[in-house]
Design a binder for this molecule. Structure first.
Ligand code: ADP
Length: 450
């Protein structure tokens, strides 16, 4: 049974159930019918015997019979002496007498079957005779005779119909499952994550499975696309500096280059290598977080202090652009989290605010809290982000067109988002193109187990 398909198992179960139900029904019908027939024979014979008894008397040494006992319906009557000699009626079969007991009997020819009821009639005069009431069961026997072949024909037909019905129902019920299987196989064969089951019809359990499967495929497809884009973007980002390093090295080694050219080439090579080192470090941080959401040992982190630290370490680069960097954090904002990661996130946001901020503008960091949440925001009055770019800003390697010439590679915000999510928080952007942006990180204040 284990190797059979569910469809076959349902069919077999349906067939067995139908056969068992038909067999039980047959047994019940046959036994009830037999009991009813036996009761009918008994009632007919006993009541006829009662009637006959009233009409038989023994007077003056003679048996006096009031009316013609053969007139009684269905049942025949015979009278015998105690020794078994026939006094009245006929003797269609030989049988010893038993008082008040119904028994079946084959006639002497063997063809007819009789139900027999004997009663010993004892008269006051001391005489006694046997009253025999008997009736033929041939009519009912012939009904039985035709019924048995009918049962033998119809029973297998019934079972066959049940098997066909079961198979039909199972096939119909499992059609959507087969659709799911063939879609899954199609995906496995061709690695085509665009395929969907898209089951229509009744919104039953199988429909729900198909919908969950489709949702899962959507997510897989997106993840797969992101992965592909990520790989191609990563190789692209690395190819450009590598090409520049190779070109600068070739030039520096050529005879055409003088000492100053070589110095400039080396500086260019160092900058490009530094960019690659930063990029690799960010890629590794992201890959680490993706592969294993690091079992952090949560420690108490003060977001207010973190904002101060970020501002201090970026003071110089802000000053280079004439940007006024301020921190609004009146009281400690304590949360439970990973200090290094959170500082990295605040630094990334502040670096961006300075990088994409307006020369001579403002960048402000703010840390505050409510009963259950802590909030840290970084605001600038720089180039802002268009609505189109906002939708992709957290995608890896995404850089808004207007800022393509920035020093980053489009990984900073992905890292920030990942860090915030790892801490059970969320990040929101309020931005207006050419007006400025505000990045708001909200984190739960309770201990967050990663
Ligand atoms: P990048 O290393 O390019 O800065 P990020 O992931 O940090 O990468 O940012 C992605 C893109 O989002 C940036 O290229 C820039 O276009 C945009 N962006 C990020 N921060 C700001 C900001 N404060 N103002 C305007 N645009 C921003």
């Amino acid at each position: 049974m284990k190797r059979l398909t569910i469809k076959m198992r349902v069919t077999i179960l349906c067939t067995l159930l139908a056969a068992a139900a038909a067999a039980v029904a047959l047994i019940v019908i046959l036994t009830t019918e037999q009991r009813m027939l036996t009761n009918y024979y008994r009632d007919s014979l006993v009541s006829t015997a009662q009637l006959a008894m009233d009409d038989i008397r023994y007077e003056d040494g003679d048996l006096d019979i009031d009316r013609n006992l053969d007139d009684l319906p269905n049942v025949r009557i015979a009278l015998f002496t105690q020794d078994g000699d026939l006094i009245y009626g006929r003797r269609p079969f030989e049988k010893t007498f038993t008082h008040s007991k119904i028994s079946g009997m084959h006639g002497s020819s063997g063809a007819t079957k009789w139900m027999v009821y004997d009663t010993l009639l004892a008269f006051e005069e001391g005489e006694s005779v046997w009253l025999r009431c008997y009736m033929s069961t041939d009519a009912t026997e012939s009904i039985h005779g035709t019924r048995t072949p009918l049962i033998l024909i119809f029973f297998p037909i019934l079972v066959l119909l049940a098997a066909l019905g079961g198979f039909g129902i199972a096939r119909r019920a499992f059609r959507p499952v087969l659709q799911i299987v063939s879609t899954a196989e199609g995906i496995a064969d061709g690695a085509d994550l665009k395929k969907r089951i898209a089951l229509s019809g009744a919104q039953d359990e199988i429909y729900q499975i198909a919908r969950v499967f489709d949702d899962m495929l959507d997510r897989l497809d997106h993840a797969f696309e992101r992965e592909c884009r990520f790989t191609s973007d990563a190789s692209h980002e690395l190819r450009t500096p590598v090409a520049a390093i190779l070109a600068q090295s070739e030039f520096a080694l050529s005879e055409a280059a003088n000492a100053q050219d070589r110095e400039e080439a080396l500086a260019e090579i160092r900058d490009r290598a530094q960019y690659m080192a930063d990029l690799t470090q960010r890629l590794m941080a992201l890959a680490r977080m993706d592969a294993n959401p690091m079992p952090l040992i949560p420690e108490s982190v003060d977001l207010a202090m973190m904002a101060e630290m970020a501002a201090q370490s970026l003071e110089e680069s802000a000053a280079e652009k004439g940007i006024h960097l301020s921190v609004d954090a009146k009281e400690p904002v304590i949360i439970s989290g990973d200090q290094t990661m959170l500082l990295q996130a605040v630094l990334n946001l502040t670096e961006n605010a300075i990088r994409y901020g307006r020369e001579g503008g403002h960048v402000s960091l703010c840390a505050k809290q409510s009963a259950h949440e802590a909030m840290l925001s970084v605001e600038d009055d720089g180039i802002g982000i268009s609505e189109v770019d906002l939708a992709h800003i957290f995608d890896r390697f995404y850089q808004a067109d207007t800022s393509r010439h920035g020093a980053g590679a489009g990984l900073g915000l992905s890292l920030v988002e990942r860090i915030v999510h790892l801490h059970g928080g969320h990040i929101e952007i309020q931005s207006q193109h050419h007006v400025g942006s505000r990045f708001i990180i909200t984190l739960p204040k309770g201990e967050h187990h990663l």
